[in-house]
Write a protein that binds this ligand. Structure first.
Ligand code: DGJ
Length: 727
């Protein structure tokens, strides 16, 4: 619910459990009063502290008031050049190079429903209200529209900013953040999700130190290295206690999430497009839209924060027809064959998969151009008939005859120097004229800011997708951006290219989904290099990581699932020894670790032992029965191998609380004197549940407050799936 008090210029956003408030003061500066657990009082601006701050500058109208400085007051959207020396949200200037943004409140408006952002991903659906607040910089005429989406039921607040040049001269933007959150305290921990290729989204937690800290990417993608999702929380916040603020950016390119602990012990979080190499020219009348950010405040720990993000992503970000739908069990040929396949080998794998009950066969890299190695043909999206006579149509038909769907890998953002496309249009690749561009995996990045480049790629894709019954696409992206220059942008406008590239990717995916509305799209970037909420708007699932070793996956999936629902995490049973780290683990455990995600297999089924093959029907049965509980229920972290070095456990409880599934992985054996005791969570204390493991029936309270005893397992890399059903 949005409450406006126009007399006092106090604007309040209430969700079910939280309150967010701002106030335009007597100088029309928009101050941030409060964000936290829900409070019903009207004006909370008494929380804004005006104390003599000594050497901080005062705005002109404040005269000699030593207690009024933008350097010390909590801002709703921080400025620059006018006395606030903390992290700016916006920076722009006229062509003369000066930089100053002095934003003052103009008016605000309550709009029913949720705003949308042209060309950018955004939360949507029912149950939203929008607040639009207009600020203006009097001298340049630059207007900033701050947009707030309030989803009361899901405790979600979204933010975005639209900047319009209402002045008469040209303006150059060099920073436009999506979110600024000033908290009047700094005794907080910062949690980020970091790593690299094959070790994405490992959780890192540290107390805020004085000054600026944070994460970001300047790679042109949201990256393997850092995720556009951060948490600020009480030092002692845990799963079910402590205040936590989670902030996520719906953006798939270079981003910044920075926090500053200031001299007065407050904390400012800004989040948005990374200012590195960012410029945007605004002629009079033109606008720029900063992507959407989403905020959740949980007064009682990390788990409720996770639940709110999971619900909001499932119900308000992922689009139909896949939003609540069960995802098919897939078999992907990549780790089985890499480039070494022909139609017969693929059909053999599909036949084996179909006989075992798999539902979707995915043909990965190597089907197009003359691609038998990874150093050629990207950009030539026509089938290699030598490898696949009869084309994709023949293959898809054969797969369909087996009762399976057919899916295809593509990497539309790239071009290899050894390709027809590059030979015909070398200028289609990003490059700085006169300098040989950097290769990575022997490929270059296409200049997707250009419509003719997008059209050329899309026309090829459309033909491919129309040539056969293709029901799933894996959209890969295997290198970061370098040589970020376009033949079609002049001078300073080259600074627009990073963002124009991302808009180009979004436009391509949007076009594809408009023309093929039933396509199930899975995004991927060398594994999980672009696992972000922006991508989830287009693809309901994302390939989590190229690392399929169960031990390392536990950590990757734990970090990922802190915000992203289990239904979005591609998770496959792969061959052993692991292609990433050489570790061998039992087939059964590989199944257990993948089960909570979008389940599938990525190995040569024709090479499995009889014993392994015999396990597959049981794994599929579990996915069919309990996949909906993992994907649609409430997820709880019970134990983290990363923390205890011994075992890992997660559980999901169905919405009606009648079924709970517990995925337990005993990673490393240790001589322990006692059995593992796991207090369960999320059950109905009054209901009685039977354990699939022992048949014992206990109350929800018993399982939760007493706990579940797991007799010690002998050996490493073992596990169990335990189901509790209400009786
Ligand atoms: C990287 C992806 O993450 C893999 O799953 C696979 O599709 C390869 N690319 C193919 O080149």
């Amino acid at each position: 619910m949005i409450v406006l008090d126009p007399q006092n210029n106090v604007f309040t956003l209430h969700t079910k459990h939280t309150t967010y408030q701002m106030k335009a003061d007597q100088y029309r500066v928009l101050l941030h009063s409060y964000y936290g657990p829900r409070v019903r009082d009207g004006d909370l601006s008494y929380l804004i502290q005006y104390a003599d701050r000594g050497a901080s500058p005062n705005p002109n109208e404040a005269g000699h008031r030593r207690d009024y400085s933008l350097d010390t007051l909590p801002q709703e959207y921080s400025t620059c050049g006018v006395g606030d020396y903390r992290l700016p949200s916006i920076e722009f200037g006229p062509e003369d190079g000066s930089r100053l943004a002095d934003l003052r409140y103009v008016n605000c408006q309550l709009v029913p429903g949720k705003y949308s952002l042209e060309g950018l991903p955004a939360f949507h659906g029912q149950g939203w209200e929008t607040l639009s607040v207009i600020l203006r910089d009097p001298s340049s005429g630059v207007e900033v529209e701050l947009l707030y989406g309030v989803c009361e039921e899901d405790d979600l607040i979204t933010r975005a900013a639209r900047l319009t040049n209402r002045g008469s001269g040209d303006v150059r933007l060099c920073q436009a953040m999506s979110l600024c959150l000033d908290l009047s305290r700094a005794d907080l921990d910062l949690i980020t999700f970091d790593g690299g290729h094959v070790r994405e989204r490992n959780l890192d937690r540290a107390p805020l130190r004085p000054g600026v800290q944070g994460v970001g990417s300047v790679r042109g993608t949201s990256s393997h290295q850092h995720n556009p999702f951060v948490i600020l929380c009480d030092h002692d916040a845990g799963e079910d206690h402590g205040v936590c603020y989670g902030a996520a950016l719906l953006y798939s390119g270079s981003f910044l999430a920075a926090v500053e602990r200031s001299q007065f012990e407050d904390a400012r979080l800004v989040m948005g497009i990374h200012p590195h190499h960012f410029r945007w020219a605004l002629a009079p009348g033109e606008s720029f839209t900063a992507p959407e950010a989403a905020l959740v405040c949980s007064p009682d720990g990390l788990t409720p924060m996770t639940h709110r993000f999971h619900r909001a992503i499932r119900e308000h970000l992922i689009q139909d027809p896949h939003a609540g739908a069960r995802r098919p069990v897939l078999i992907n040929n990549w780790e089985a064959t890499e480039f070494d396949f022909d139609a017969e080998r693929l059909v053999d794998i599909a036949r084996e998969g179909a006989a075992l009950g798999m539902e979707l066969f995915v043909l990965d890299d190597g089907w197009f151009g003359c691609r038998d190695t990874d150093d050629n043909s990207l950009g030539d999206w026509f089938v290699n008939e030598k490898k696949l006579p009869g084309g994709l149509k023949y293959l898809a038909d054969e797969v369909n005859k087996l009762g399976m769907k057919f899916g295809l890998w593509v990497e539309p953002e790239m071009v290899c120097p050894d390709s027809n496309l590059f030979r015909a249009h070398p200028d289609y690749a990003l490059q700085i004229p006169g300098r040989p561009p950097m290769l990575s995996r022997t490929q270059l990045v296409l200049d997707l800011s250009r419509k003719e480049v997008r059209d050329c790629i899309y026309d090829q894709l459309r033909k491919v997708l129309s040539s056969a019954n293709i029901e799933y696409v894996k959209w890969d992206m295997n290198r970061p951006l370098t040589d970020v220059a376009s033949f079609c942008l002049e001078g300073e406008r080259q600074g627009e290219l990073f963002h124009r590239y991302v808009l180009g990717v979004y436009e391509l995916q949007e076009r594809m989904l408009t023309d093929f509305p039933h396509l199930l799209l899975e995004n991927c970037a060398s594994g999980g290099g672009r696992f972000d909420p922006g991508m989830l708007y287009y693809s309901p699932q994302i390939w989590t990581s190229d690392n399929m070793d169960v031990v390392e996956r536990l950590r990757i999936q734990e970090g990922t699932a802190l915000i992203y629902p289990l239904s979005t995490m591609g998770a496959h049973v792969a061959a052993c020894p692991s292609h990433t780290n050489g570790r061998s683990t039992p087939f059964e455990t590989r199944g257990l670790v993948s089960l909570p995600g979008c389940f599938g297999y990525e190995l040569d089924l024709t090479k499995l032992t009889e014993e392994e093959l015999a396990m597959i029907p049981g794994q599929l049965e579990n996915y069919r029965k309990y996949g909906p509980v993992f994907h649609g229920g409430d997820y709880y972290r019970l134990a983290s191998y990363g923390e205890n070095g011994e075992y890992d456990a997660l559980m999901s409880v169905s919405k009606d609380k009648r079924t709970a599934v517990l995925d337990y992985v005993h990673v490393m054996s240790r001589q322990r004197r006692r059995d593992v005791l796991l207090p369960l969570r999320g059950l109905d204390a009054e209901k009685r549940y039977r354990s699939s493991e022992t048949g014992e029936i206990r109350s929800g309270a018993g399982w939760m407050y007493g706990g579940l005893l797991l007799p010690n397992m002998k050996g490493d890399f073992l596990g169990k799936l335990i189901v509790l059903e209400a009786v």
